[in-house]
Design a protein around this ligand. Structure first.
Ligand SMILES: [Cu+2]
Length: 150
């Protein structure tokens, strides 16, 4: 008389195990869980040394190219220059869009820079100081450069 009941007892635990396994995968997603090398890893600290914007022509404008990438870095992260006109060219070598703000009086930022795109901004800085260049999209992830006027 209990032979009709036995299959149900076996099916229920199997269904619970299957549900648990599937929800476990969905919970961690691509990050892979606590023991995996997941997306929770913060961006690598800047290791590139400061680089100086350089005058390259008769116009006296100091120029430098800054790479922005999918690792949420600016390379170089620290740009040095003398007071005067500085042309900053931001080249996005990745796929992730960025928007670099320039905390410099009277300067505008780049606006959106799509993957593989480039944006050039010229600023005039007369006062020596340290001027932040944060990414408006990834500032909370630490994506920030600095312009040092010496
Ligand atoms: Cu960004």
């Amino acid at each position: 008389m209990s032979t009709r009941f036995t299959p149900r007892v076996l099916v229920l635990p199997a269904a619970l195990v299957l549900t648990f396994a599937l929800s476990g995968c969905a919970l961690w997603g691509l990050e892979g869980g606590p023991d995996a090398e997941g997306a929770a890893t913060p961006p690598a600290a800047a290791t590139a040394p400061p680089a100086a914007a350089a005058v390259q022509g008769p116009d006296g404008v100091q120029r430098i190219e800054i790479i922005v990438d999918d690792e949420l870095r600016l390379t170089p992260q620290v740009v040095t220059a003398r007071p005067g006109r500085i042309e900053l060219t931001f080249r996005n070598t990745g796929l992730t869009p960025h928007d670099i703000a320039l905390r410099i009086p009277a300067a505008t930022g780049t606006g959106n820079i799509n993957g593989s795109a480039t944006d050039t901004v010229t600023v005039e800085v007369t006062e020596p100081g340290t001027y932040p260049m944060p990414c408006l999209y990834h500032g909370t992830s630490g994506m920030r450069g600095t312009l040092e006027i010496r």
